[in-house]
Design a protein. Sequence first.
Length: 164
Amino acid sequence: MLVVADTSPLHYLVLIGHETLLPALYEQVAIPPAVLADLQHPHTPDLVRTWVSRRPAWLEVRRPEEALAARQFPRLGAGEREAIALARELQAPLLLIDDADGRAEAARQGLIATGTLGILEAAAIHGLVDLPGALTRLQATTFRARLELFQDLLDRDAARKRPA
């Protein structure tokens, strides 16, 4: 399956050492040029810039034929606009995006979206990651989400692990 990703999920999965969850869950990931540029930006952590400079075979860069217009979507960055446009054009089954405005626009465009936390939970469901450990590492980065959301994920993970 081919999914499309915005910057943030790739950025944070690389930072916590779980980028290999993406091909395990989705096989192929496409990113638009604006996302590649974000990942290569000088302010991006060295670990992420080094990783993207040696892009794995499962990560491909694809230019959308037509990105969403900046003037129509001023709350979205170029990466979000291009990722949404690319996901729509490719009829991708899933868009990986954290930005709340981007997720809302993706829903308006008829796309199914999940973010970094959703990816980690899916990986935990498939037995690919220790969710509490991954969330602890994620919280040590600049990633921000409501504490209740982290707790909900941990509660669901604990419930899955309880014997029936």
